[in-house]
Ligand binder design. Structure first.
Ligand code: FAI
Length: 512
């Protein structure tokens, strides 16, 4: 009796060649409606599954292969006497190879106007059932869920033993269970979202390997990058690397940080990042002017930095960029001339990102040892409606512009965070300090003389008036901060004493 292979696929790519190889290897091929039609049209002889089950495909395809004559053939142990006698009694023959890919549920729910009915109809039931049966019985059955595996299986079947190896069968079975687990997680997350359930009793997250990395944060740490298939489409995971060395773990983190900052700006802007903190942010009428400001903001720290720009990089900007040692440049596009200039540097990584992406991650996650924290992304930007003027003096118009810039940047600086800036560039950034006045001193020292007439932004309220005092002494003219301290009045009095304008946003932007 011929060995049997059951092929039932939604995505038909590569299936014809695979079926032809199986035919050559003398397999009988069983198939469901659409797969059968496709293969027969291309000259492959097929036995219909319903010829075996003597039961038609019903309910618009909801029931095709869910039958003991199929699942008995998939689940029977080939060397178990009891199984073999039950098979014979019930007229069941073994199926040695199963090749199934599933209804495109993920692709269906990714369509913007998908209906619930359409989504439900794209939940595959018979396919995962066959995959799971075959994968459980991988001691005897070869199961394939990914067309990438067709060639490897054919190679083994062509070998001397004419069978796949136990290691291959186990590898393919593990892949199946990963695949069906991910498939179920898309379905459960979709239904959970429809019901608006926020914190279900379990969280099933699915990621796909983007790339193994040479190492992690340090060379002795192994690492890889996984992407969220239904996640943000304006992200480092959706970047296209057009030039340069392979991205590293730290590059990915830094590039992500740079992107989150650049997203705050509609006007031409440039952001330089080091160790996940901005070291310079500039805006201007052109992208070259914006980059120039970001460079001037801190021409020391930018060395070895990661740059994100929100306009196409032109030749003028490329010429400026190429004068500095940079790790990465991210932009919506690079002009041809810019590419010619920048690609002269072999190692620099050039990334394009679709800045018109509209999908956002619904949750941010971070691991702690033994667990996972989830929270909404911090999507609050500067909003005039939040602003309350706390001091006698109101900010002047140009100070207000600077306050907006400072507020948009300080949100992305590790807490405790202080930013000194004017209306189109940062002048000093104090990041990750254990006390607020310490962050202020770092930022003010870096700004130096440039602090005179500039503004200060603070990611959280001032617990006492010492930061206002330090700001005043350096010549700061306006401050933006959330407010909300029991001792706000002391800071307000201090600002009034020095004629500083201070505004409260009511929103805190801690970043750990
Ligand atoms: N209902 C069943 O018994 C069943 N058996 C196989 N399928 C799926 O039907 C698809 C192939 O269908 P066709 O060969 O008719 O194009 C495959 O994605 C397969 O996973 C089924 N469909 C859905 O549940």
């Amino acid at each position: 009796m011929k060995k049997r292979a059951l092929l039932s696929v939604s995505d038909k790519s590569g299936i014809l060649e695979f079926a032809q190889e199986l035919e050559k290897l003398d397999y009988e091929i069983l198939s469901t409606g659409g797969t059968k039609r496709f293969l027969e049209e291309n000259g492959v002889a097929i036995t219909a599954v319903d010829e075996i089950t003597k039961f038609p495909e019903i309910l618009g395809g909801r029931v095709k292969t869910l039958h003991p004559l199929i699942h008995g053939g998939l689940l029977a142990k080939h060397d178990d006497a009891q199984h073999q006698s039950e098979m014979a009694e019930n007229g069941i023959s073994p199926i040695e190879i199963v090749c199934v890919n599933l209804y495109p549920f993920k692709e269906t729910i990714s369509k913007p106007d998908v209906s619930v009915d359409d989504a439900i109809e794209n939940i595959d039931i018979g396919g995962p059932t066959m995959l799971r049966s075959a994968a459980k019985n991988h001691a005897y059955v070869t199961v394939i869920v990914d067309s990438e595996d067709y060639a490897a299986v054919v190679n083994e079947l062509r070998g001397d033993t004419k069978v796949t190896t136990p290691v291959t069968r186990r590898r393919l079975a593990a892949k199946v269970f990963r695949h069906t687990a991910a498939y179920d997680s898309y379905i459960s997350n979709y239904l959970t979202d429809l019901n608006g359930e926020e914190y279900p009793e379990g969280l099933t997250l699915t990621y796909e390997l983007q790339q193994p990395l040479r190492y992690g944060e340090n060379p002795h740490q192994k690492a890889a990058f996984y992407r969220s298939p239904l996640g943000s489409d304006f992200s480092i995971a959706s970047a296209d690397q057009v030039h340069g060395k392979e991205m590293s773990y730290n590059n990915i983190q830094d590039a992500n940080a740079a992107l989150q900052i650049i997203k705050e700006f509609k006007i031409p802007a440039a952001v330089a990042v080091k160790h996940m903190n901005p070291c310079g942010v500039g805006t201007g009428n052109t992208i070259a002017a914006a980059f120039n400001k970001a460079y001037e903001a801190d021409s020391t720290s930018i060395f070895g930095g990661i740059i994100a720009l929100n306009r196409e990089v032109d030749a003028e900007t490329a010429a400026q960029l190429s004068g500095i040692f940079l790790e990465i440049i991210i932009a919506p596009a690079f002009s041809q001339e810019a590419m010619e200039i920048l690609t002269q540097k072999k190692n620099i990584r050039l990334l394009t990102i679709p800045f018109d992406g509209t999908k956002q991650d619904k949750w941010n996650t971070v691991t702690v040892e033994g667990g996972l924290l989830v929270q909404q992304p911090d999507n609050f930007g500067y909003d005039d409606a939040d602003i309350q003027i706390a001091t006698a003096r109101k900010p002047a118009e140009h100070e207000m512009e600077a306050l907006k810039l400072g507020w948009n940047v300080v949100k992305h600086v590790k807490s405790n965070a202080i930013v000194i800036c004017d209306a189109d560039m940062t002048l000093g950034i104090g990041a990750g300090q254990m006390n607020r006045v310490g962050a202020a001193k770092i930022a003010l020292e870096q700004a130096g003389e440039r602090a005179k007439g500039a503004i200060m932004a603070s990611d959280a309220f001032f617990p006492m008036s010492d930061t206002v005092e330090a700001a005043a002494k350096a010549g700061i003219k306006a401050i933006i901060q959330p407010g909300g301290s029991k001792r706000d009045q002391e800071s307000i009095d201090k600002a009034d004493e020095y004629g500083i304008a201070m505004v409260f946003t009511g929103i805190r932007h801690f970043k750990h």
